[in-house]
Design a protein around this ligand. Structure first.
Ligand code: SF4
Length: 504
């Protein structure tokens, strides 16, 4: 009998090796690895999300007639070896994993690997597209995906709405006042499966020296395909019409705004990217959503998400150690929860992360990522922290987004400029600064905004590297002209010390 080994982020009957599997001729193996659970300081909701989804998927397969060997083992390798020793399968097959190390492991264990269909562009096809290009821009890749896949395309081959990109309609600052027009995400009641997973995770951490962080699961995140499909319908019916205009805004009164919060489901297989895009295309065809909402969302899925996936495979394994700016500081205690912070923007993001295992992309990029780069945090430490704390974290997601996009650690292979900004940008796009004890306009003094101080210091510190970069040269030259630059740089030294000690 054949064994199909299903990994924890392949939880869908349509995926790879499972797509053609016949319950009469194959058995399914699933392994919960204690080494994995204790390998990082996981957010409780992240760890629960994966394990609860695995257990429910095993039940779903059993209900469909499969024999499922569901094991808890010290490691994935141990679980695999124990399964082979017990059942002596004719062959073990698995779908290509989403991580470089996972693929190495399967090769080492001589598991037959089936091509992954969890993305709409396989990474080998992405490599063919990228081959020979001097720079491969996400926008070019995205347009090619639109044409190839047919989303939001007119019959004459032109893009729907007459343009490829409606980004300029999707960068509005937050609405003034207390307006909170964004529909709440659906939630689920916790059940016995959830409660058992929570108990098991705490016990595994206690027994094996692991550490968990963050609030307990509260039903925000779906852990079954049925519930994930309901979340998708809720998004399309109630949230998608609002998606777009405030994509880049940050407000204290809403942790989700009109973000889909569907990425975790796509990243572990509960939803497939084509069915998510099909649902959005259908809503657009019915006239239920404007083109800027539909296009902005489709671009995130078939553009950015697939681009990041392709880039990960193209540049691994060296990409992990990229550190072009020589950043080597540890994570600030304000990020990890080891210290509170008076920076209102950081405090709001970390509080949301603690409660929901989630921040949206601008909070990740322009608050947490921005401060990390300005401060000089080691990019791999930042990658691992985001990977273990965000509900949708995975190495393939976090490496390009952190190393390439937010920390400029790859020296500009991915982002043509560093995403550095002072307090002014955060003030424009959020309601964080008004109640903050720091003054976003000040760059020196005890009440100077740390972002503003470190921003000017960053431009001065990396002057020679960026002065010829057309996308940031103007700001670098402006830093040369600051009359108080010596005082700014002196204040930056103090800000760094306070960030490191958790006193800011
Ligand atoms: S003033 Fe500075 S630290 Fe305070 S919220 Fe604004 S950007 Fe953040």
């Amino acid at each position: 009998m054949q064994t199909v080994w299903v990994l924890g982020d392949q939880l869908n009957r349509r995926i790879g090796a499972l797509a053609d599997a016949d319950p009469a001729t194959c058995r399914v193996l699933m392994v919960e690895s204690i080494a994995k659970v204790t390998s990082k300081r996981w957010h409780r909701q992240r760890a629960h999300f994966v394990i609860a989804s695995m257990r429910r998927f095993a039940d779903e397969l059993t209900d469909a007639g499969f024999t499922v060997d569901y094991r808890r083992a010290d490691s994935l390798r141990d679980g695999f070896r124990a399964h082979v020793a017990e059942f002596d399968p004719d062959e073990v097959v698995a779908t290509e994993p989403a991580s470089y190390d996972g693929l190495e492991m399967l090769r080492e264990l001589e598991v037959a690997v089936v091509r992954s269909n969890q993305f709409l562009c396989h990474y080998e096809d992405f490599a063919v597209w990228a081959d020979g290009k001097k720079s491969f821009k996400m926008e070019d890749f995205y347009r090619q995906q639109r044409k190839r896949l047919g989303y939001l395309m007119n019959d004459d081959g032109e893009p729907g709405g007459g343009r490829w990109n409606f980004d300029d309609e999707n960068r509005e600052p937050p609405p003034k006042g207390d307006a909170n027009p964004w529909a709440d995400p659906q939630t689920s009641q916790l059940d016995d499966v959830d409660r058992q997973v929570i108990t098991d995770l705490e016990a595994a951490a206690d027994e094996h020296g692991g550490e968990l962080w963050g609030a307990e699961p509260d039903g925000t995140w779906a852990t079954s395909r049925r519930a994930a499909l309901a979340r998708l319908k809720h998004f399309v019916d109630n949230v998608l019409p609002q998606f777009g205009p405030h994509e880049d805004a940050m407000v204290e009164r809403s942790w989700h705004l009109a973000h889909s919060v569907l990425s975790p489901y796509m990243n572990i297989g509960l939803l497939m990217p084509d069915e998510v895009c099909d649902a959005v295309q259908d809503a657009y065809d019915r006239g239920d959503v404007a083109i800027n909402s539909a296009e902005g969302f489709i671009r995130q899925v078939i553009g950015w998400r697939e681009y990041v996936w392709g880039v990960y495979w193209l540049w691994m394994p060296d990409y992990r150690s990229a550190n072009a700016l020589g950043a080597d500081r540890p994570l600030p205690p304000a990020f990890t929860g080891a210290a509170s912070t008076q920076m209102n923007c950081v405090s709001n993001c970390v509080e949301t992360l603690h409660d929901k295992a989630y921040n949206h992309h601008i909070q990740r990029l322009m608050v947490l990522g921005n401060l990390s780069m300005l401060h000089g945090v080691d990019p791999w430490a930042m990658t691992e922290w985001m990977w273990s704390n965000f509900i949708d974290g995975a190495e393939w997601v976090m490496l390009p987004n952190v190393i390439g996009m937010s920390q400029w650690a790859d020296g500009g292979k991915m982002a043509t400029k560093p995403y550095a900004a002072g307090g002014n940008y955060i003030d424009k796009m959020s309601d964080y600064c008004k109640p903050c004890r720091f003054d976003r306009k000040k760059r020196t003094g005890d009440d100077a905004c740390p972002f503003t101080t470190l921003y000017w210091d960053f431009l001065a510190r990396h002057h020679d590297r960026f002065v010829k970069n057309p996308r940031i040269a103007r700001q670098v030259r402006a830093s040369e002209k600051l009359s108080d630059l010596p005082a700014v740089r002196e204040r930056a030294v103090e800000v760094r010390r306070l960030l490191d000690s958790g006193e800011l």
